[in-house]
Structure formats: structure tokens, C-alpha cells
Design a binder for this molecule. Structure first.
Ligand SMILES: [Zn+2]
Ligand SMILES: [Zn+2]
Length: 523
């Protein structure tokens, strides 16, 4: 480097190259700790102590020492009076999608991990809490790829202000090759029904015109939030594409595709009949798209996609003793759950129904298809955490966030295959989706049923205003004979199967009170 970094006396005494080298060696020799496995009654692993920092690291602006400032910026939350420790961990700890305590990694991917460092509040002594803090705060310190002498398994990819979309192409190519073009086609969902949607239109990125098209055309879908309803857009503003659409056009073209579907511009908003038809076929549209671009940053359509036209914030980094150190962003799940996109009702089924999702968060790009996840900030081959037997994969990889089932914080993500498993009752699947969906917000009361209809239709289950009906509802309707006892029992079960988690549900007068759609509140 050109300019020698100014370090305080304490920091000059920290031998970081040696700390990394010792940790690399220690974790190579102690795989049980790497995997989070431990013997019964042995203490849980809370990191290898590198140095006691105490209370000497202080808030940003007061620190004259570059390393002190860096350590403060990447600390894993606030400490008590006893201050901080600098500890090392195996890099598996930094991968949010890896389930620790899993023997599966041992057999499949036993390769030397790189070690990482973290600034941990000294009072923390629980393994699970420490890992959650490291992931939630973006508190893992990696060596930059150039600073790692012997190439090791997991390294960090620096997050540049503008994203390299070649990475997204690689993920899509890997998915198409290993999971098939439709990425794990679901039973009865994709592929079988006649794929025509009347009045379907696409935005042609080459001419910038909205043209009539077939849903069999290769296209990209966009999932985003419009912004506050009822805004008074002037005529000139209506003629321009909002920034998120401009950016999505750029991404579509960078991925070698030509057509983009954007609800607001591809559905004729003034044609009630056509609008209704497209809403009822939303599942076909999102399932037919090659991928869905998810705009999970900002609160309206003029924010744009971070890393495309919008420059991303650079994360803390520092160069000391010949080492380039950098921090990785917080877990992409956290960024997505904190976004306005995640709060909204319509986007729920857009995430669930898509076959591949490329999510632009404030900090990085996240990829999720039916069988794998990709994080921009980690450099590792997609095959590393991908098992040819996808069922086996569940043992060591956390399930997807957007494919459903993990919408409620604290409940954690569940398996990728749940949506496609033939053994799972589709009515249970539908009930899980309804539960997750009821946490979302809608601008218009009347949308409460429309915005989840695509999921219910694609599962091919019978519902009346959101109430899940028995598998054979024929006997329930006027003019037919008395339904069998089993059918009547299932209907009663459907009517009493939902309840509100809080007592403050608000009545939605447009819908009957006997269904959850008649109320606003979590069920
Ligand atoms: Zn210092
Ligand atoms: Zn896939």
C-alpha cells in the first residue's frame, strides 16, 4: 500500500497474519468444531480466542487508529462493561445457509475451510446466539481473496458499488443444467395445463414497446412495490418508465433476454375483464417466466435496483500487516425481511410462484430457485453445496425464503422440497401459505383474496373465499344430494380452522366474517 496505516499501540501488537494461520491449522485438525458437532457434556464452541479488546474500541468518529475503527464497525452487536473479544471461527460459520451440527457436510464436502475473525461481545457464551449475531450484524471478517495464500474453500467476494451480473448468469446456467429448465416442475402446477393467457403482453426491451405475446415466450418477470397509492403522477411522469423498470430492462438485456413482464404496464389497467383474467392467471405468468427480478430495496418504484443504476454502499475494509480485510453484508434473509417488498401482500405469491428469483437487496444480490440459493458475497462453486440427491441436501442446507413456509420470523425456513413433495397434503401447504400471507399489507381491502388466488389455483385445491374446502366438494352445492359425512366434516373443519393470533383484527366489510379474508390480522 502507498500509505502506511496509522495504528495505535495495541493494534500494532495484534499479529493478525499469525492469528489466521493458527486458526486455519486448528480448524483443519478439529473438524468436529468446524461442523458444530460436539461430544455430549463438552462445552459449546464459541470461537478461538485471538485477543481481548476490552473497551478500547470506540465509536467510529473518535477512533484515530484505522484498525480500531474497522473493528468497531464490524462488531457483533453491543457489549456489556467487559467489552469485546477478537475470536476466530471456521468460515462455515459465516455461511447463513449452512445448518451446523450436521454430519452431512462431513461426508460430502470435507475440504479445508478458511478461518474468519469476529469482534464478539465478551459476555456472550452461547454458540447459537454468537452465530446468530455474526450473521445478523454482518460481523464476519474475511481475508480478501488476494490475501489468502493457499486457496481455501470459502472466500468472500467484495461487494462493488455496481454488481457483476455474470454471476447471476452462472447461477441460472447451473440451475438449468442441474434442475431442468423449469427448475423442479411441480405436480399439476407447471407444464401440464394449456399455457395461454388472453391479452398477455410483454415489454420488448429492444424497442421499449409493450407488445402482444405468448406466455411461452422466454421472458423475465419483475416483482416490486408501486409505492403509495393515489399519487398524482403527471402525464410526463407516466410516459417515462420508473427507475426500477429501467433497471430491470438493463438486467434482462445483460442476461441475454429480450422481454420483460411488469404488471402495471403489461396489464391494461382500464380493462376490468382483462385485468381479472390476468389476475386469475398470475400463477401461470410467474411460473412461465425464466426468472423473476425482485426489487427488495426502497419503498417505491423510483428507488431502482441497488448495484444496477443505484450505487451500493461499500462495506468496512482495512489493510494491515500485508492483509486486506473485509466484512461481508448481513444475511440476505434479514435484508429481505426488513424490506418494504416483504411487507406487501401482492409480492407474497410472486415470490412463491416464481421458478427462479434474483433478489436485489440493499447490500447484495441473492438467488433462490427450487433447489439452491446463491449469495453474491461468498465465493464458492455452486456445486459445493448442492447434492445430486436433493432430499439429502436438506440435511445441511437451510430451505428457501421466498418459496414459502418461512414467512414468519422465528419459525425458520423449511425445506425446498416441501412445496413439491407428493406426500404432503396440498391443503396443509395452502394453509401454511395463508398463514404467512396474512402477515402482509395491502393497499386495497378488495385485493385480499386476489393477491393469493394464484397460489390457491396452482395448488388445484377448492376454496370459497379463502376457506379451504374438502377434496371432493361436489355434494356441497345446491341441487346435489346430501354430501357424504366425511365431506361435511371437512367443511366444518375448514370453517373453524383459522383464528387470529392477536385480538386486534380489523373487519374488512367487503368480505364475509366467516372467512379469514373478512378480517385484517395474522391468522
Ligand atoms: Zn487500534
Ligand atoms: Zn434450480
Amino acid at each position: 500500500s502507498v500509505e502506511a496505516p496509522r495504528l495505535c499501540r495495541d493494534c500494532r501488537e495484534l499479529d493478525l497474519p499469525r492469528a489466521f494461520a493458527e486458526a486455519d491449522e486448528f480448524f483443519d485438525a478439529n473438524w468436529d468444531l468446524v461442523l458444530g458437532l460436539r461430544q455430549r457434556n463438552s462445552p459449546s464452541f464459541t470461537g478461538l480466542q485471538v485477543a481481548t479488546l476490552g473497551t478500547r474500541i470506540v465509536p467510529d468518529e473518535k477512533a484515530a487508529c484505522q484498525l480500531c475503527r474497522f473493528l468497531w464497525d464490524v462488531r457483533a452487536g453491543d457489549a456489556a462493561d467487559d467489552g469485546y473479544h477478537l475470536r476466530s471461527f471456521p468460515s462455515f460459520w459465516a455461511l447463513p445457509f449452512i445448518k451446523l451440527s450436521s454430519g452431512a457436510i462431513r461426508s460430502n464436502h470435507r475440504r479445508a475451510p478458511s478461518s474468519v475473525l469476529a469482534v464478539v461481545p465478551a459476555h456472550l457464551s452461547d454458540q447459537g446466539e454468537i452465530r446468530a449475531r455474526l450473521l445478523g450484524h454482518g460481523s464476519v471478517i474475511f481475508r480478501a481473496p488476494a490475501s489468502v495464500t493457499n486457496p481455501r474453500f470459502v472466500t468472500a467476494r467484495p461487494i462493488a458499488p455496481i454488481a457483476d451480473l455474470g454471476l447471476v448468469s452462472d447461477w441460472i446456467a447451473f440451475c438449468a443444467k442441474n434442475h431442468g429448465p423449469g427448475c423442479l416442475e411441480t405436480k399439476g402446477g407447471r407444464g401440464k395445463r394449456s399455457k395461454t393467457v388472453a391479452g398477455f403482453r410483454l415489454l420488448d426491451c429492444a424497442t421499449r414497446l409493450v407488445v402482444e405475446a405468448s406466455v411461452r415466450q422466454r421472458f423475465v418477470a419483475l416483482s416490486y412495490v408501486w409505492g403509495a397509492p393515489g399519487g398524482t403522477a403527471d402525464a410526463a411522469a407516466l410516459l417515462r418508465w420508473p427507475k426500477v423498470v429501467e433497471d430491470a430492462i438493463a438486467v434482462t438485456e445483460a442476461l441475454g433476454l429480450r422481454y420483460l413482464w411488469v404488471d402495471r404496464y403489461c396489464i391494461d389497467q382500464d380493462n376490468a375483464k382483462e385485468k381479472h383474467q390476468q389476475i386469475s392467471n398470475m400463477h401461470i405468468i410467474y411460473q412461465q417466466a425464466q426468472l423473476t427480478i425482485v426489487a427488495a430495496a426502497g419503498s417505491d418504484s423510483n428507488y431502482g435496483l441497488p448495484g444496477v443504476s443505484r450505487l451500493r454502499e461499500t462495506l468496512p475494509s482495512v489493510s494491515v500487516s500485508g492483509l486486506d480485510l473485509l466484512a461481508v453484508p448481513q444475511d440476505a434473509y434479514k435484508s429481505i425481511r426488513e424490506s418494504t417488498w416483504w411487507e406487501r401482500g401482492w409480492t407474497y405469491q410472486e415470490g412463491v410462484l416464481s421458478r427462479r428469483r434474483v433478489v436485489f437487496t440493499e447490500h447484495q444480490i441473492y438467488f433462490e430457485c427450487g433447489a439452491m440459493v446463491g449469495y453474491e458475497c461468498f465465493q464458492l462453486p455452486p456445486s459445493a453445496f448442492h447434492s445430486p440427491s436433493l432430499l439429502n441436501q436438506e440435511r445441511f442446507i437451510r430451505g428457501g425464503l421466498l418459496s414459502g413456509f418461512s414467512g414468519v420470523e422465528s419459525r425458520g425456513a423449511s425445506s425446498f422440497r416441501q412445496t413439491t413433495s407428493a406426500h404432503k397434503d396440498v391443503r396443509d401447504v395452502a394453509a401454511s401459505h395463508i398463514r404467512n400471507y396474512s402477515h402482509r399489507k395491502l393497499s386495497y381491502n378488495t385485493d385480499v383474496f386476489n393477491a393469493i388466488q394464484g397460489i390457491l389455483t396452482s395448488l388445484q385445491i377448492h376454496t370459497v373465499l379463502g376457506i379451504i374446502l374438502p377434496s371432493s366438494p361436489a355434494g356441497l352445492f345446491p341441487g346435489s344430494s346430501t354430501p357424504p359425512a366425511e365431506t361435511r366434516r371437512d367443511l366444518c373443519a375448514g370453517l373453524v380452522s383459522w383464528w387470529h393470533e392477536s385480538p386486534h383484527a380489523i373487519r374488512i366489510p367487503e368480505f364475509p366474517s366467516w372467512s379469514w379474508v373478512g378480517w385484517r390480522g395474522n391468522v
